[in-house]
Design a protein around this ligand. Structure first.
Ligand SMILES: C[S@@+](CC[C@H](N)C(=O)[O-])C[C@H]1O[C@@H](n2cnc3c(N)ncnc32)[C@H](O)[C@@H]1O
Length: 313
């Protein structure tokens, strides 16, 4: 080989090694989800964490995340939130006071509350609501349907329900369904619709809010707890640091799945602000009580509420 050719080869190798731009390592674009078909040219795009994906792909990507995390979901929740998610969930349920007496508009109506817990996953909220109705309000009629799109998450919920007094009773049922369209739930049939840490994963959040409005009885309550925007910039910086460095690492160590937890933190970042989300609830037709939301732990999470008006607008 001539010295000139050798020099040229060496310098092109050096350029490749040292000057090629480092590819962005996006954990939420893990190989198993990259194998999706290419989008059609006019297909609408949506977020999957920080990645833009065709709307038709988001559901299966989110499904892959939750199938993967289902078994370790509860342990991971405790580690990621340092146990705080339990306090938030207790507060959420207490603020709704399920099973308290509501004036019967229809004397022939079933007693107790008819509750639909959407994206109910492992049953964390549903069991709390039934416990509250039973132990605080001495109501043995309130019932909850846990609905989730993911069979693995529902299987974890079913497994956990065996340890509760509600197992195999009329008070607890499970439904596999996409929250954006739940035709098996009749219109005007639900007293309380809850969705906790679920809606940020939906492809069409407005469609899910419209569906919530349809299934609720007039006067029925929509209640959502979701990660939100932190109001203090200093606290926000610390929180983001924790989210983006610690959580994927804990996911890798405890659940052997860094990608799914990277998606979870990215999806938190992508979720609309408290004010934007309140606007979406209003757009679905709900009346907003007071400010419409309550910040928890400086806005890390927020509880949103809406009421379906008794009289049609
Ligand atoms: C973070 S988990 C929340 C589980 C539970 N609510 C809790 O707080 O522990 C999110 C849940 O949303 C469900 N989910 C995602 N997209 C959904 C959709 N389009 N319809 C219904 N459930 C959905 C997932 O399967 C998962 O169980």
């Amino acid at each position: 080989m001539s010295p000139r050719l050798a020099r040229a080869l060496r310098s092109s190798t050096i350029r490749r090694v040292f000057h090629a731009p480092a590819p962005y390592r996006c954990f939420s674009c893990a190989p198993r989800v990259q194998e999706q078909t290419k989008p059609g040219q006019d297909e609408r795009m949506t977020h999957f964490g920080f990645t833009n994906v065709p709307e038709s792909e988001k559901e299966s990507r989110v499904g892959a995340v939750f199938s993967s995390v289902a078994a370790s979901y509860d342990t991971m929740n405790d580690l990621m939130s340092l146990g705080i998610h339990r306090l938030w969930k207790d507060h959420f349920v207490r603020s709704l006071n399920p099973g308290s007496s509501i004036p019967a508009r229809d004397p022939s109506a079933q007693k107790g509350w008819n509750i639909l817990d959407i994206a109910g996953g492992t049953g964390d909220i549903a069991f709390r609501m039934l416990d509250h109705a039973t132990n605080i309000n001495h109501d043995l009629d309130t019932r909850v349907t846990i609905s989730d799109i993911n069979a693995s998450m529902l299987a974890e919920g079913r497994k956990r329900s065996v340890q509760t007094p509600y197992y195999n009773t009329q008070r607890l049922s499970f439904l596999e369904a996409n929250a954006e369209s739940i035709p098996s739930i009749p219109s005007d049939s639900i007293d309380l619709y809850t969705v906790v840490f679920g809606i940020r994963n939906f492809t069409d959040k407005q469609a899910a809010l419209n569906e919530a409005f349809r299934v609720l009885k007039p006067g029925g309550v929509f209640a959502c707890m979701e990660f939100s925007k932190v109001d203090n910039p200093l606290f926000d910086a610390v929180y983001k640091r924790w989210n983006f460095s610690a959580i994927p690492l804990i996911g890798q160590i405890v659940a052997g799945d860094r990608d799914s937890y990277q998606y979870l933190v990215e999806s938190i970042e992508r979720f609309p602000s408290q004010e934007e989300f309140r606007g979406m609830i209003q757009k679905a037709g709900f009346m907003i009580p007071g400010q419409g939301y309550e910040n928890l732990t400086g806005g890390i999470a927020a509880i949103h509420k809406g009421i379906k008006p008794i009289h049609k607008a």
